[in-house]
Design a protein around this ligand. Structure first.
Ligand code: NAD
Length: 357
């Protein structure tokens, strides 16, 4: 069975880091006989330059047909003065909405070799491996009505609507339970059920789903406590599931536990498990073209793609083990460089992962 992967390098360091991940994918494709085929397309600023739109019809068409998408990053100062609708970021948002990518998966993994990069004590974070599953297309960021209105008193009032339907909660819940099944079998649902009715419903639906996943241990936590526990004892968590706004905040907090943005992957999935995989960082225009960017977040995103969209756990685990091995060897790009490390370029880091495979 042939499955297709669409590569969207994008802008800035995007092409440099995607090139390394592509080599890694070719290698595991061969080694594990995965039967993957690859295509590329333009998105973001690169697409604006070539076709005057951040999301050309051809790119969207290829994205719809692909089994999975690997994206570098989009954006940069060159396009910052364009009107909102024409900005590179619209390419990303267009892909997310057209493909209905409602589940955002953001792991926060701290390789023990990099424990000193975190601002927390090494013993608190070393070996950290948590996954935040954030609902991405609903909740208060999209709820209607919204706006700023004039009250009879003459005062202006800003308002938004926090809402989730049962089906929206159920589908993100299923993604999270299934992810927990593939990992440590512990799921913590984060809500504010002591104050917000919408999250009372959220909690009820998570409880209902529990019977479908008897091997997963479900717990609940209020979001304020979750924010504290993430810095106090983050290793208590395996998978966290939460709504759009809480997930936005908690996933950034969790990312910072690791201290190195060049190491963090992410995935956005739809109900067919089709997904877009990308590093958490942006296009880093300050270092673009210098060959110094860290390609590991993109390479680890490729591993996530194999696991979550292509059901190739062994190939995914092989990539993750190879990344861990190059870190053991002391190889470091500039962003994760520490005393005693051997500084390498983007390409050298990619080559080292290939050799480790
Ligand atoms: P950024 O993540 O691009 O860069 C922040 C800092 O981290 C910079 O100093 C950069 O050099 C460094 N950095 C990022 N990735 C790195 C890597 N792989 N290796 C080494 N160092 C790395 O964030 P920013 O500077 O706020 O944004 C730059 C551009 O990227 C903007 O146009 C922004 O809109 C865009 N952006 C895109 C995405 C995306 O495509 N998903 C996400 C965030 C920002």
């Amino acid at each position: 069975m042939s499955r297709s992967v669409l590569l969207l390098p994008g802008d800035g360091i995007g092409p440099e880091i995607v090139a390394e991940a592509e080599k890694v994918l070719h290698k595991v494709n061969e080694k594990f006989s995965l039967g993957l085929s690859f295509e590329s397309a333009l998105v973001g600023g690169a697409a604006i330059d070539a076709e005057d739109t951040p999301l050309p019809a051809d790119t969207l068409d290829k994205a719809r047909k692909a089994d999975a998408i690997l994206l570098g990053a989009v954006g940069g100062p060159k396009w910052d003065s364009l009107p909102m609708a024409k900005r590179p970021e619209k390419g990303l948002l267009g892909l997310r909405s057209n493909l209905e990518l409602f589940a955002n998966l953001r792991p926060a993994i701290l390789y023990p070799q990099l424990a000193s990069a975190s601002s927390l004590k090494p013993e608190v974070v070393s070996g950290l491996d948590i996954l935040i599953v954030r609902e991405l297309t609903g909740g208060i960021y999209f709820g209607q009505p919204r706006g700023v209105r004039q009250l009879e008193s003459g005062e202006r009032q800003g308002y938004n609507t926090y809402q989730y339907t049962e089906s929206e909660i159920r589908r993100i819940g299923r993604v999270a339970f299934e992810a927990a099944q593939q990992r440590g079998k512990k799921l913590c649902s984060v809500d504010k059920a002591n104050v917000l009715e919408v999250t009372v419903l959220w909690r009820e639906i998570m409880e209902e789903l529990k019977s479908e996943y008897p091997d997963v241990e479900l717990s609940h936590m209020y979001v304020d406590n979750a924010a504290m526990q993430l810095v106090k004892a983050p290793k208590q968590f395996d998978v966290i599931v939460t709504g759009n706004m809480f997930g936005d905040i908690l996933s950034d907090e969790a990312a910072m536990l690791t201290g190195s943005i060049g190491m963090l992957p992410s995935a956005s999935l739809n109900s067919e498990k089709q997904g877009m995989y990308e590093p958490c960082h942006g296009s880093a225009p300050d270092i673009a073209g210098q060959g110094v960017a860290n390609p590991l977040a993109t390479i680890i995103s490729a591993a996530m793609m194999l696991r979550y969209s292509l059901n190739e756990d062994d190939a995914a685990a092989a990539i993750e083990a190879a990344v861990s091995k190059v870190l053991d060897q002391g190889l470091r790009t500039a962003d994760i460089m520490s005393e005693g490390g051997k500084k390498v370029s983007t390409r050298e880091m990619g080559e080292a992962v290939l050799s480790a495979l």
